[in-house]
Each structure stands twice: as C-alpha cells, then as structure tokens.
Design a protein around this ligand. Structure first.
Ligand SMILES: [Fe+2]
Ligand SMILES: [Fe+2]
Length: 444
C-alpha cells in the first residue's frame, strides 16, 4: 500500500506533462506520465535486478523533486510569471508532505543496498587505505564502456547528447548535495571538504563555477542550459546516482558520503579526460570541453585531497568503527555507477536500433486502443516488459532520445518498445490511435 499522501503529492500540477519535449526555463516543473503513481507499489524494497523498473524511475523523479525543495532554484530569466510555480514548489505544506514520503521512496530504491553489499570483519586504517587504492586503481583501469558505446552507435552525436543530458542531472546544480555536509563542526576535515567545495564553485568567480562551465558545454552543442530542461530524458540509473548523494546526506550517513565522494573524485579525472576525447571525436573542435578539461585537471587534486586529508584523517580520529561506513559508501556508489552505465548503454543501443525501422504490424491484435491528440501534455516512461506499439489510425512520433529524430510510426506499422527503455509519445497528426501490446501475449 502506498501512503495516501503520495497521490496528493504527485497529482500536483507541477508534475503535469510539459507542452513540448522539454521543460523550458522552469526548474519547478517535473513531468510524470499522467500521474501514474497510483498504479505503482512503492511500499517494498526493490531487488538489485529491479532497479531499472518503472516504479524506480518514478520514485527517483519524486525523490529528486523532494530533495531539491531544499535547494534554491531560480530561473535565469527571472521569476516573472513563474512566481506561482515557485511559491508552490517551496510551499511548506507540500515540502512537509514530500519529507513524509521520502523514507518509503528511499527504501523502495535504495533498500537493496543493505543486502547487495556486505562489509564485514574488523577493518584497520591500513586495510582501508589498501582497499581504496585497489578500488580506485581498478576504476581507472577499466575501459570506458559508455564512451565506447557512444562512438559505436550510428548517430554518435545523438548518443553523446544523451550522455550530456545525464550529466545535466547534477551538472547544472553541481555540488548541491556536498553543500549540505559543510555545516556543523568537525575540525580540520571540514575545512578540507570546504576547499573542494569552493573549487566546485569556481572560488566565487561565476564564470569558473563548474555548473557554469557545464552550461557552456551545453551551449556549444546548441542544447538548453536551464536546470532540468531535459527532465523527461533522465534515465533511471543516472538519476539513482544523483539521488544517492542526497540520500546519504539527508539520512545522516556522513561517513558513507565521504567514502562515496572520495571514490568518485578519484575516478573523475580519468573519466572526464575520456569524455573530452569522445566529445572531440564526435563533434570536432566546435564543442566546448572546458568542463571536462577542468575536471580532468582538478579531480586529480580532489581525489588526493578527499583521500589523504578527509577520509584517512576521519578514520584516524574517529576509530576503526567508522571504516565499514567509509567502505560501504565506496561500494554503494560503485554499484550504482555500474547500473547507471548499463542503463545508459542499453538506452543508446535501443534508440540506435529503434531509429532504424518501424515494421509492418501483424493483423488481428486486440489491445486496448489509446487515442492521443496533437499537442497533448508530454512525459516519458518505461515499461517493465517489451511492448509492441501498434498504430491503428493516424501517425505518431515515438520519442527515443532527447535530441535525435523521433521514430515516425504510421497506421499499419508497429515499433518495439524494449523493456526499461525510456520513451515518449507525441501525435504527429491531429489525433492518432494506437495500442500497446504486451509481447508475452503476442507469443501465445
Ligand atoms: Fe566539479
Ligand atoms: Fe571535484
């Protein structure tokens, strides 16, 4: 059973579909597919193999919204007509409702981590150091499968943009979760973390702030630069990684946060050097990679700073008892990063293949017809099993990527929507009628 407040929360107008594919210049609107939350069961912890299911996507979208009601988001053009959205996004009653739903949603999507990862035995500082050294070495030695997948698609430009969209999850609000670990009093380690934080903020120079460098990267691609313009195109796995950092800090798991942030700061330098190379190969010199170049440089330092001046001194000061939490943070984020990469690679491959062809529909299918009108509110979703989209009347655009061409499906044609793949539907004629057949039924 879902908490009754869940439906009131997601039926808020800020979750209504957008007028186009993107949520333009409005950080408060977060489209969900026709407020489907009432059909989903968030009351149990999903297993590791279920982390990309539809209810996980919806839970992560709601969670990100709940977390961000604690951040200050203002549109670049000024509030103007968005004052009402702003007031409602930050309304105390709505935030309180969100806060009360948070534990259930977090358990739904992060509860599996307790079973998936075991950190047992007695840990010493030396064992901690060796463990992190090894994990970081492995992380930096692994081939960059996302970069490889981007370059292997038929449309690497669309694939690279899809990757940038995932980076935009936190690229445009960078270090917001970190900012919540800076208050309080915890000695020299607090100041060490603050040094990293001010680098992320460009030392107070807005043009050097990492989120600003990311805006310039998007701009060089002709992409939208406002926070969550691409809300509908964030995949489940990458959203989980983004949400994880909020999850640990909001729940007082500071040592897990330190383990996780040490690991990612230590593998980002190499990851962003790879990303810069891939972007340059795909787009040539027109792409502004300073965001990646900055991370390829500064995260060499951030990796060392988090490890030598934050993680190890905390272990020295607070004792071996906290080490399992530091290790758990590393392992949890490593697992979520792997799921995120798998999700993105699967999406890139599916979109690449789906773009190639709709095919003739088999006669005699008897699914429920759905009618969609041109200009209907837009949102995206996934299905937990393969679905065949069968067009009966009119034409429809199956939206399979954030910036690429949609797949036009005409009456008499069908297209496969693979399980867990993010997609949206837009009528390409005044109205169109289609059905979504479960492929399990088709086989019978
Ligand atoms: Fe950064
Ligand atoms: Fe960094």
């Amino acid at each position: 059973m879902n908490a009754p407040q869940l439906n009131s929360f997601v039926s808020h107008r800020l979750f209504e579909g957008s007028t186009g594919l993107y949520v333009e210049r409005n950080p408060y609107r977060r489209p969900l597919w026709q407020q489907t939350a009432d059909d989903l069961d968030f009351s149990r912890a999903l297993g590791e193999s279920e982390q990309l299911c539809y209810s996980a996507l919806v839970a992560h979208r709601i969670l990100l919204t709940i977390y961000e009601t604690n951040s200050v988001l203002l549109p670049a053009q000024g509030l103007g007509t968005l004052k009402r959205d702003y007031d409602e996004f930050y309304a105390p009653a709505w935030r309180t409702m969100g806060a009360s739903l948070r534990p259930m949603l977090e358990r739904h999507v992060f509860g599996f981590l307790a079973d998936a990862i075991t950190v047992s035995g007695h840990w010493t500082r030396d064992a901690l150091r060796a463990y992190f050294d090894r994990a970081i070495e492995d992380g930096n030695a692994a081939p960059n499968e996302v970069a490889q997948a981007i370059e292997a698609t038929q449309h690497p430009d669309v694939a690279a943009d899809s990757f940038l969209i995932q980076l935009a999850l936190d690229g445009l609000t960078e270090a917001s979760a970190m900012s919540r670990t800076l208050g309080g009093a915890y000695g020299p380690e607090q100041s060490e973390l603050f040094k990293i934080f001010i680098d992320e903020f460009g030392y107070g120079v807005h043009e050097a702030k990492h989120s600003r460098l990311f805006e310039n990267l998007l701009k060089s691609r002709g992409m939208l630069t406002d926070v969550h313009s691409y809300w509908s195109f964030y995949l489940t796995g990458p959203t989980a990684v983004n949400n994880y950092f909020y999850y640990v800090v909001e729940n007082g798991h500071f040592f897990r946060y330190v383990g996780a942030v040490t690991f990612i700061e230590s593998i980002f330098a190499k990851g962003f050097a790879d990303t810069a190379r891939t972007l340059q190969r795909v787009f040539g010199s027109a792409v502004d990679t300073r965001y990646c170049d900055e991370h390829a440089h500064i995260d060499k330092h951030h990796g060392r700073m988090t490890f030598e001046h934050l993680l190890l001194p905390l272990a020295d000061k607070h004792g071996d008892e906290i080490i399992p939490e530091l290790v758990r943070g590393l392992e949890e984020v490593r697992l979520l990063l792997r799921l995120a990469d798998d999700d993105l690679i699967a999406q890139l491959r599916w979109a690449d293949q789906a773009a190639a062809h709709p095919h003739a529909a088999r006669a005699g299918l008897a699914g429920t017809n759905v009618t969609l009108a041109r200009g209907a509110p837009f949102a995206t979703r996934t299905f937990d099993e393969d679905r065949l989209l069968v067009m009966n009347q009119g034409e429809l655009d199956l939206v399979i990527s954030g910036t690429g061409s949609p797949l036009r499906v005409r009456a008499g044609e069908a297209a496969l929507i693979a399980r867990q793949r993010l997609h949206g539907l837009q009528a390409a004629t005044e109205s169109c009628t289609f059905s979504l057949e479960s492929t399990a039924e088709l086989r019978q």
